[in-house]
Write a protein that binds this ligand. Structure first.
Ligand SMILES: *Cc1c(COP(=O)(O)O)cnc(C)c1O
Length: 360
């Protein structure tokens, strides 16, 4: 068996150690005689799994007690509706910063439920930078301000949060959750689909300040009301049991690695190897302004569609898969989430150097 280096933007790599544990526990979890997939979500064994996962996540992210942690379904995309349905109910206004397709989808969804306003956008330059804002740009009456913290498709990241004063800040952290420490207390809501940095697709993590729960619009479906899930400890209905179990294994793995400070250091080292090469290469160029570069998603181009296609094909033949860029940016994109080992990035850069020499 030969595992490839998988640079997919999502679903993406999981730590090999986690996959091995899951494999070992596949037929029998503990001494239950059954797999986690087959277990009642109301059993005491499963209750311990979900509670431990929540406790470990709280520990790793240092989540304050006045925040709920919810394990939901529907992906980050369902949060695009859930956030306005639950939060846009005081002044019926919300401000959005448009930094890419995901941010734009969130904005459009919110506009169905109230006055969503696009405060700033980087669409003019294919979202290759994070637009600057000041406190004066935001509507003081906005029920919240929404950002997409790490822009998976374009490879940008908010390295500094916008100054939104007392307005609750809501962030989609699908592609940067657990990649580095984050000050949860600066946010009203954080949400993330699991399939980039946490677990197989299925679970969506929501971290929400408790005072923001309980003010949903009357039209809000029961399943889309945060209150429903907060009141039932994410067990109102059957949760995505297996995905939560794997998330729990990933949380334990992060603890073993040394927590989010250690994770950040590793991610910075990995990204630096790739960005340093892009800055020096005559063939490959990064597409993002240096100050807004993501640690997780690194898009790059050669400037020639033909050469890009050749590179993607040869990379694949050499065990570097899913490196083709998103159609809206073109070229290549290397997603180097937590589970991508540093060797994967080193070997990719060696391969890029060789390709550059051979095709100069
Ligand atoms: C992948 C992604 C999404 C979509 O997630 P789903 O779970 O597929 O709905 C939304 N936002 C960001 C930033 C993403 O990377």
């Amino acid at each position: 068996m030969a595992r490839v280096y998988n640079f997919s933007a999502g679903p993406s790599m999981l730590p090999e150690e986690v996959l091995k544990t899951a494999a070992n526990e596949m037929l029998e979890y503990g001494s239950t005689g059954q797999s986690v997939m087959e277990m009642s979500h109301r059993s005491k064994e499963y209750d311990a799994i979900i509670k431990q996962a929540e406790a470990d996540l709280r520990d790793i992210m240092n989540i304050p007690d006045n925040y709920e942690v919810l394990f939901l379904q529907g992906g980050a995309s369902t949060q695009f509706a859930m956030v306005p349905l639950n939060l846009m109910n005081k002044n019926h206004k919300a401000d959005y910063i448009i930094t890419g397709q995901w941010a734009n989808k969130a904005y459009k969804e919110a506009a169905r439920y109230g006055n969503a306003r696009a405060v700033a956008s980087s669409a003019d330059k294919t979202y290759s930078y994070i637009p600057k804002t000041t406190a004066a740009d935001f509507d003081k009456e906005a029920d919240y301000v929404h950002i997409c913290m790490n822009n998976t498709i374009y490879g940008t990241k908010f390295h500094q949060l916008p100054d939104v004063g007392n307005i609750p800040l809501v962030a989609d952290i699908s592609s940067c959750i657990l990649s580095e420490p984050i000050d949860v207390s600066k946010f009203g809501v954080l949400y993330a689909g699991a399939q980039k940095n946490v677990a197989p697709a299925g679970v969506t993590i929501v971290i929400i300040r408790k005072d923001l729960i309980g003010n949903a619009m009357d039209i809000t479906p029961t399943m889309l009301n945060y209150q429903t899930h907060a009141d039932n400890a994410s067990m109102f209905n059957t949760p995505p049991c297996y995905s939560i179990y794997v998330a729990g294994l990933v949380f334990k793995w992060i603890k073993k690695v040394g927590g989010l400070e250690a994770m950040k250091k590793i991610n910075e080292d990995k990204a630096k190897i790739l960005y340093d090469f892009l800055d020096m290469s005559k063939m490959f160029k990064g597409t993002v302004v240096p100050e807004d570069r993501s640690l997780m998603n690194v898009p790059f181009v050669t400037g020639s569609d033909e050469l890009d296609a050749k590179f993607v094909a040869e990379a694949k033949a050499n065990g570097f898969v899913n490196i083709k860029g998103h159609r809206s940016v073109g070229g290549m994109r290397a997603s180097i989430y937590n589970a991508m080992p540093i060797d994967g990035v080193k070997k990719l850069v060696e391969f890029m150097k060789k390709f550059e020499e051979e095709n100069a």
